[in-house]
Design a protein around this ligand. Structure first.
Ligand SMILES: Nc1ncnc2c1ncn2[C@@H]1O[C@H](COP(=O)(O)OP(=O)(O)OP(=O)(O)O)[C@@H](O)[C@H]1O
Ligand SMILES: [Mg+2]
Length: 304
């Protein structure tokens, strides 16, 4: 039997007849980093608020750690850490003082404050007033706060929103370590596939409140690929080789345009061309945007 840390059954939230979340069946296993993706207004925050017991579902059920959220709310929430939208702090207080204020409410040992500041790499700035922090530092402090109660599950709503690439990278590295280092399962939402692609093995995509894809990241990425472009020294000759190998393609200027290929096919083609003394300048994957993938999935009617 699979141990789901989060499992929802036909989870639905309706606002004035308008469904913000429709029949959502989330399945997140222990140790997963689950990327919860969808464009603005898709229903990510609404779902997360329901998972955290902040709002009531209109319909459907939520199980966390195999228990009904409704019946075991206190127990479940004491095992969960979260960061929803922008966290607010006392600006004139330091990181340590802010965390101390939270710890007084949630409990736990005082020694945990230094531990969580270490995890999010804020030790050096721990005694500075938070109002002087960058957005990235504030988000990391939010994650530190979410880790205070030693959670088994971390739910992060767009933790990288508004950060620059290096800020995004820092948060990503932090999240990546959670299952490995601390055994924490993570649900992280984002409206950008590229942002979660490098950390999540599992992904759920919602669009207008409905799940259009749930599965392994590899599976999604292969759907995102619409083909490859090869820049080679002799396109005409190389095209002959491509066709010899039974692959489809065409020449466009100095480039070969090929259809979707597996890693093994690309490797074989490159090896073959190099053996034939072709110079390969570039191998580019043509990728669709997240929205294109949504369209493709909805168009194919594979929404589940
Ligand atoms: N309290 C509310 N009352 C009415 N409608 C709401 C309420 N909260 C959310 N909605 C609607 O539900 C839909 C989903 O919103 P939600 O905030 O969950 O989306 P999101 O995926 O988090 O978007 P974003 O990427 O912009 O944060 C939107 O159409 C929104 O307008
Ligand atoms: Mg949101």
């Amino acid at each position: 039997m699979t141990a789901f840390v989060i499992q929802t059954n036909n989870l639905t939230k309706t606002y004035k007849k308008q469904a913000a979340v429709k029949n959502l069946n989330l399945e997140i296993q222990k140790g997963d980093i689950y990327g919860f993706l969808g464009p603005n207004g898709a229903g990510k925050t609404t779902t997360i608020r329901m998972l955290l017991g902040l709002i009531q579902p209109t319909r459907g059920s939520i199980k966390l750690f195999g228990k009904e959220l409704q019946k075991h709310k206190m127990d479940i929430l004491s095992r969960t850490g979260s960061l929803v939208e922008y966290p607010s702090y006392y600006g004139h207080l330091t990181a340590v003082e802010n965390l101390e204020a939270i710890r007084r409410i949630t409990g736990g040992p005082a020694s945990r404050i230094a531990e969580v500041l270490e995890i999010v790499q804020l030790i050096k700035d721990a005694k500075r007033a938070v109002k002087g922090y960058s957005l990235g530092m504030k988000q990391r402090l939010g994650i530190a706060a979410a880790l205070l109660n030693n959670p088994e599950l971390l739910i992060l709503d767009e933790p990288t929103n508004g950060l620059d690439p290096s800020g995004i990278q820092e948060i990503r590295e932090l999240i990546k370590n959670m299952p490995r280092q601390f055994g924490i399962t993570v649900l992280v939402s984002s409206h950008l596939l590229s942002e979660v692609e490098q950390m999540a093995e599992k992904v759920g995509i919602i669009r207008e409140g409905e799940m259009v894809f749930q599965g392994r990241m590899e599976e999604l990425v292969s759907k995102a690929s619409s083909g490859f472009r090869l820049s080679v020294s002799d396109p005409e000759e190389a095209m002959g080789r491509v066709l010899d190998m039974g692959l489809d393609g065409r020449i466009r200027g100095q480039l070969l345009e090929l259809g979707p290929l597996t890693d093994a096919q690309i490797a074989e083609l490159v090896r073959h061309l190099v053996e034939q003394r072709h110079d390969i300048y570039r191998v580019e994957e043509k990728r669709k945007s997240l929205e294109d993938i949504f369209m493709q999935m909805v168009g194919e009617g594979s929404a589940s």
